[in-house]
Structures are given as structure tokens and as C-alpha cells.
Design a binder for this molecule. Structure first.
Ligand code: B12
Length: 326
């Protein structure tokens, strides 16, 4: 009887991971719902204390929840972590065909908004889990916005390791991996972390345009171009605006230069919508948009969250930078 239960427990976990792959995820693993370890708690506390969260006040809230999944869901036992590879289909951002000044769009924003896409797939995975384990299974789905240390969970569940660029890297799939989780009261056998590291490589530190990747290993989000162009509210200080160059929305330099990314396969999920003409956008076109046209153009895109005024602010900075460097 005991042997049977162990086999059922192992096979449920295998079935869940197999189903996750069938739903179009590239990685799936399980960790227990224990808190993050002391070293990671310390990294997080130090990060907040140093002011590296910038204006992201939400990072100061729900700290205990963020570091302990059991506080997100009563009687939580396991965290199922999935990864979606978003390496761009094999093409380089095309230089503009016209003389128009264009701004660069980070790879992730050339796809539809991953939050809604991944959540939808995780709800399907949850339906599948309930069909096997019973409708009473309690769960919480998390994709980015929930207070959960997603990278720490993904490391424990064996999806990859955290690199010097602070990104969870999978040795086969590279850096462009979105994460999503189901925190559940179902007890599942945990997977083991996988081996991997950056060894002596420091390409990301050298390439970061703003020094957000600090030599001491900390990450100063306040300097990161993702933060400045997407999260930061108000006028970007001139010293920092100058370093943004022609990046209209986001930055992935620390991912692009990573040796693991050079051999990464392209995203194979055909349901995850990719906009082939979005690597660069005409800056004047952005400045001419009204609210209705903005809504229509970016309805399903992560760019929508920034809002029209934020995007226009970035477009003006890019234009000024392009003019200065011409
Ligand atoms: C706030 C935030 C940001 C901020 C701050 C980024 C940062 N590095 O902290 C800004 C706006 C700048 C940002 C940018 C980006 N983000 Co972001 N972001 C988050 C968010 C909401 C919280 C991250 C956080 O807790 N930061 C605080 C620091 C201290 O935590 P941390 O770096 O994750 O470190 C933890 C562990 O990794 C571990 N740890 C830290 N360092 C080390 C080192 C070693 C050696 C080890 C073993 C462990 C370890 O301990 C820490 C405490 O648990 C998460 C979603 C979530 N809920 O987790 C997404 C998330 C981290 N972001 C993500 C992405 C994709 C990006 C961008 C690539 C955006 C883009 N252009 O595509 C950039 C990458 C910038 C970068 N190099 O990190 C993904 C990362 C996926 C991945 N493969 O790692 C996440 C997980 C969202 C998701 N669901 O997919 N982001």
C-alpha cells in the first residue's frame, strides 16, 4: 500500500510536468513550499536597504509573503514552477527601411503580454491537476505581480541557475525565460536544483549601459533601463536619460550578450503571439498617437501598461539622444 502511494505521488508529479509541456511550456519543476534560504533572504533585505528598488514601493510590501510561499496560501505544500522560452524567432532587429528615427523595443515586448498568456495556460494546468487529484485542491497562480520570489523558487525547482545578470539561466534554453508558478496544498516530490554557473564570464557586467549590474554583485534596479523606461514615473533625470540611447521600451543587453543565450533555440510556442514588425518603432509615429490609436495598437502588448504619456516621454528621450549622436 505504501509503495503504491509513493508511486502514485511520483506519477502525479510526472503527469503534471508532462501536461505543462503539452500546454506549451518549455520547463516545469516542483519545489516544496518552504521559505527561501537565509542567504537569499539576506540578498533581498540588503537590496531593499540599499535603495536598489527605486520607486518600486510594492517591493517593500509583503516581504514575508515574498520570501515564504506558505504565507501566500494556507497549508501550501508545493510550488510548481514553469518556464516559457521567449527567445526571438531567428531574425535580427531590422534597420529602419526609411530615414525615420526609430526606437528599440525589448524582445519580451515584441510578444503579446506574457502575464495574461501564462496565467491562462496555468489555469488549464490547474484544471488538469484537479481532474487527477480532486476538485478540493487549493492553489494560487502567480506570474510576476504576486509577491513571490520567483527566481529563487525556479532555482530550487531545477529550472536553472541565477547568473551574474541576475537572470535565471537554463543551460540549454538561455536567459529569455518567463516564469510562472502554482502554489498548491498538494504534496508533490520536489525536484533537485541543476548545476550551472557563469564561471569567469563578466560580459553582462561590462555591457550594461548604466552600471545597474554592480561589481559587488548587487543589482541597482534604479539604474536599469527596464526600470527607467517602464517603471519610473515622471521626468527621467538627464544624466540617466542620456544613457538610454534609442531604447524606447526596455533593455535586454545583459541577456543578449550572455554566452548561454547565443545558442538558445527560438520560442516554439506558436500560440504565444509574436509581432514581427515590432523590433523598432518610428518615434514620430509614437508622438503622433492619440489615446484611441495607442489603445488599438498596443491592446495586447506589455507596452499598454506604460501608457501613452510614458511612451511619448521615452520617444522624446530617444529622439534627443539620436540627434545628439548624429
Ligand atoms: C522587480 C522586478 C524587476 C525590476 C528589478 C529587477 C531585479 N533584478 O530585481 C526591473 C524593473 C528592473 C526588472 C527588470 C527585468 N525583469 Co523583472 N521582475 C521583477 C520582479 C517583480 C521581482 C524581482 C525581485 O524580487 N527583485 C529583488 C531581487 C533582490 O531579487 P532577485 O534578483 O530575484 O534575487 C532573488 C533570487 O534570485 C536569489 N538570488 C539573487 N541573486 C542570486 C545570486 C545567486 C548566485 C543565487 C544562487 C541566488 C540569487 O535571491 C534573491 C531573493 O530571493 C520579478 C517577479 C517576481 N515576483 O519575482 C520579475 C522578474 C524577475 N523579471 C523578469 C524579467 C524577464 C525581467 C527583464 C528581463 C525584463 C525584460 N526586458 O524582458 C528585466 C531583467 C533585468 C535584470 N537583469 O534583472 C522575470 C525573470 C525571468 C528570469 N529568467 O529570470 C521575472 C521572474 C518575471 C517573470 N515572471 O518571468 N524586473
Amino acid at each position: 500500500m505504501l509503495a503504491f502511494s509513493i508511486i502514485a505521488f511520483m506519477s502525479l508529479s510526472q503527469d503534471i510536468k508532462y501536461k505543462a509541456m503539452g500546454l506549451g511550456f518549455d520547463l516545469a519543476g516542483v519545489t516544496d513550499a518552504s521559505p527561501v534560504n537565509a542567504r537569499q533572504t539576506e540578498i533581498f533585505a540588503q537590496w531593499l536597504k540599499s535603495g536598489f528598488a527605486g520607486q518600486m514601493a510594492y517591493m517593500h510590501r509583503n516581504i514575508r509573503k515574498r520570501l515564504d510561499p506558505a504565507m501566500l496560501l494556507e497549508n501550501a505544500q508545493s510550488v510548481i514552477v514553469v518556464g516559457l522560452n521567449y527567445t526571438l524567432p531567428g531574425h535580427e532587429p531590422k534597420p529602419a527601411d526609411t530615414a525615420a528615427a526609430t526606437g528599440r523595443i525589448a524582445g519580451y515586448a515584441q510578444y503579446e503580454d506574457y502575464h495574461s498568456f501564462i496565467k491562462e495556460q496555468l489555469y488549464k494546468l490547474l484544471d488538469f491537476i484537479k481532474s487527477l487529484a480532486g476538485p478540493g485542491v487549493k492553489s494560487k497562480i502567480c506570474v510576476d505581480s504576486a509577491p513571490l520570489a520567483e527566481r529563487a523558487m525556479a532555482v530550487r525547482a531545477g529550472l536553472g541557475f541565477v547568473g551574474k545578470n541576475h537572470i535565471l539561466i537554463n543551460p540549454e534554453l538561455g536567459c529569455r525565460i518567463f516564469l510562472g508558478e502554482i502554489v498548491t496544498d498538494l504534496k508533490l516530490p520536489p525536484d533537485k536544483p541543476i548545476a550551472g554557473d557563469c564561471a569567469g564570464c563578466r560580459k553582462c557586467l561590462d555591457a550594461c549601459p548604466t552600471g545597474a549590474l554592480r561589481p559587488d554583485g548587487q543589482f541597482d534596479a534604479g539604474r536599469c533601463i527596464n526600470y527607467l523606461t517602464i517603471e519610473y514615473k515622471g521626468k527621467i533625470p538627464p544624466g540617466q536619460a542620456g544613457k538610454i540611447g534609442d531604447r524606447l521600451f526596455g533593455c535586454e543587453t545583459c541577456l543578449d550578450v550572455c554566452p548561454y543565450q547565443q545558442k538558445a533555440p527560438a520560442c516554439k510556442n506558436k500560440q504565444f503571439k509574436f509581432y514581427h514588425n515590432r523590433a523598432r518603432i518610428d518615434l514620430q509615429e509614437i508622438l503622433d498617437l492619440d489615446a484611441e490609436a495607442f489603445e488599438a495598437k498596443f491592446a495586447e502588448s506589455p507596452i499598454k501598461r506604460l501608457g501613452l504619456e510614458g511612451l511619448k516621454r521615452n520617444a522624446r528621450i530617444c529622439l534627443a539622444n539620436i540627434t545628439c549622436s548624429a
